[in-house]
Design a protein around this ligand. Sequence first.
Ligand code: AGP
Length: 609
Amino acid sequence: MCGIVGYIGKKNAVDVVLDGLKKLEYRGYDSSGIAVVKDGRLQIRRSVGKLKNLEENIEKRPLKANISIGHTRWATHGKPSEENAHPHTDPTKSIVIVHNGIVENYAELKSGLEKEGKEFKSETDTEVIAHLIKKYYKDTLHCAVRKTLKEIRGSYALGVICKDEPNKIVCARQDAPLIIGVGKGENFLASDISALLSYARDMIFLENGDIAELTSDKIIITDTENNVKNREVKNIKWDCVQAEKEGYKHFMLKEIYEQPRTIEDTFRGRIYPDEGRVYIEEVKLSKEDVKNISNVYIVACGTAYHSGLVSKFLFENFAKIPTEVDIASEFRYREPILNEKTLVIVVSQSGETADTLAALRLAKSKGCVTLAVCNVVGSSISREADHVVYTRCGPEIGVASTKAFTGQLTALYILALDWARKKESLSKEKLKKYLKELWEVPVKIGNFLKQAENVYEVAKKFAHKKDFLYLGRHINYSIALEGALKLKELSYIHAEGYAAGEMKHGPIALIDDDMPVVSIAVKSRIYEKINSNIEEAKARGGIIIVIASESDKAIADKGYSVIYVPDCDEFVSPILSVIPLQLLAYYVSVALGCDVDQPRNLAKSVTVE
Ligand code: AGP
């Protein structure tokens, strides 16, 4: 998730764009850049690291113009570096672009352009777009962009300027937000409202397929066939703080609601259900390599550890690879049996967790092949692992991990299916089925989130209870652990996740009529079993809260508080069943007046032991 800003008008465009990029730094901050057209020439400045490095760069080599586009990056393709920082130009430096999104078919487009003798300077997917616009630039920039977008598959919020048309910005959006700020004698564009509020309150929210041409006093919006589109101008009342959270009360709630898009971004360009195809560009493990893996260790901390517990089921059921999951702080001291046929997967949102990094180094010292599932390009773990799968969730600001967790589940699910395909341990039909199940998850989560009020009601009802029990079985046992962790870290209430089948071996003694028991009872092979565990808890007076499948009407009249999630295959059910538990923990925390985004005693990344 990156941030783009553009300006055309009477002001010094560089000041406006830099100011806007500062407001978008929360969307990404591993590198940034800006471009202007001045005296018939493109001038560009790019810097690695925080935005202040770009500002210092411009102080040393000042820029002044009335038209500019800028970008702050959260890398998905290509490490954070000056070469990979946006803006990107065509080889003749007559066209320059900034892009937020993912070009799914960039590899085939790039090889086609290279066959035409084009040379690339960066590792990014974005640079392909600059080359294509130049290739199609015959009469107008707007026309060249329209032709280019017909070849692009994927998501984009795009800003383009050209030295031969110095009074125009062309922009376009598909599955990545792009907003136009409507001024008087000036116009703006940005990835979200927060970058525009200081200058304009009248805004146009571009829709998928829209292409807009901005001059200082005109805005024309069309589709790729050049049909004019009329878009409403909305007057925005938010202040800057509200805008950065896009109107949500907390970053955590915003990140919960971002999950349909971040899950889709994580699988975009990597799965093709109709073809039964999986393609993880960053992982260079051949069929032979995968067949030579004797066993897998998945090592992580906290929420990331829970994603490893879920994926054990996937690697063993899909790819038939024996898989162990361990907490990094335990793994690194217990002298695990490792050799060159063991593949060690480390999972980490931040890519800087000390115990996980140490576990990675231990695995490498034993000759293991290592693979990281990580959300931060260029982080220590992502750089030191042999292979890495990025979760493309954008910066996760809330300390309690939500979108990164479902991004990890998505990445691990894809990896398990990729290895099943390579080992031919899953039929083509089954592979297509599971890929389709994952493909449908974002819509199902979106539908659930549209009617999640009952989670708020349940939270209000039980927010003052002192102890909670979370029960799950099979692949959702890990989600019981994750739900309990969310409640603990957000509301400071004691909550315990337990394997439901273990209740009779002691913990059932805990249950009384003041104990909420949250159970995950979605449709699955152990549905009957978990239901009898719930009955046992109810018989002891427990307050029963159940996460159930929408089609399960029978559970409605058992006197439980039922939260329904859309039906899905049991192997993707963790990605859905965790969502109500994230919301439950969030609403309880709000009800108790806790600091949701920065809970006491916690840090976003535990870089010390
Ligand atoms: C999760 O909500 C917590 N913030 C914490 O458990 C976190 O998942 C853990 O510290 C691991 O962090 P990482 O993914 O950045 O390695």
